[in-house]
Design a protein around this ligand. Structure first.
Ligand code: PRP
Ligand code: URA
Length: 216
């Protein structure tokens, strides 16, 4: 896991398999099917990394030979919350890793003129004492990510209960995010160069939602 001195709560998953798969995703000619499969595979690998610090407790179990206090994940079941639409491409991978997780949805789209998020749906599981993994492949201006964390916090979720999982982030967006939510950890596979005049990430991978779902 790599860090950038500018962003104390940003963690870059630099595993070679993740980086290799991401490079293929970025390519202009990669098909919708391959793009979607790679995103799922990357999310599974990233999911393994980001759940490394989940708290453990013990439960008494009987093996065929004896009774032991065996390690199990503490607390309520995890909640996975994709930011629609593109986040769905990541929640599929996470659910492979944690099949019993609860799933919430936060629907926001980015207004093309203002680049501000517009909410159209929020459905969440019970928020007390639960760890939430918010996922969205792209953090461009950072406004959608900030908005989604605001939604959780308004329902009583604390900074420590939230993990933000991205695929590609722009420095501008991470700055906005860490100014708004300095104590929320964000994980990304890449920290790219900058935003262009249309607030698209450069070099980026284009419009993630369109590439996942084959829309234009
Ligand atoms: O950091 P920001 O500037 O807010 O941009 C990032 C947002 O833009 C994309 O979604 P989009 O609004 O295109 O919606 P979609 O997922 O439905 O395609 C992306 O999936 C993020 O949610
Ligand atoms: O580069 C970008 C910026 C916002 N949303 C995307 O899907 N890609």
């Amino acid at each position: 896991m790599k860090q950038d001195p500018r962003f104390p709560n940003l963690f870059i998953t630099d595993h070679p398999l993740i980086q290799h798969k991401l490079s293929h995703m970025r390519e202009h000619d990669t098909s919708t099917r391959t793009f979607r499969e790679l995103l799922k595979e990357i999310t599974l690998l990233m999911g393994y990394e980001i759940t490394r610090d989940l708290p453990l407790t013990t439960r008494e179990i009987k093996t065929p030979l004896m009774t032991i206090d065996a390690p199990v994940i503490a607390g309520k079941k995890l909640a996975i919350v994709p930011i629609l639409r593109a986040g769905i491409g990541m929640s599929d991978g996470l659910l492979n890793l944690v099949p019993s997780a609860r799933v919430g949805h936060i629907g926001v789209y980015r207004d093309p003129a203002t680049h501000r998020p517009v909410e159209y749906l929020v459905r969440l599981p019970d928020t007390t004492d639960r760890i939430f993994i918010l996922c969205d492949p792209m953090v461009a201006t950072g406004n959608s990510a900030v908005y989604a964390v605001d939604v959780l916090k308004k329902r009583g979720v604390s900074d420590e209960q939230i993990i933000f999982l991205a695929l590609v982030a722009a420095p501008e967006g991470v700055t906005v995010f860490q100014d708004a939510h300095p104590n929320v950890k964000m994980f990304t596979a890449a920290l790219d160069s900058h935003l262009n005049d249309h607030a698209y990430i450069v070099p980026g991978l284009g419009d993630a939602g369109d590439r996942i779902f084959g829309t234009k």
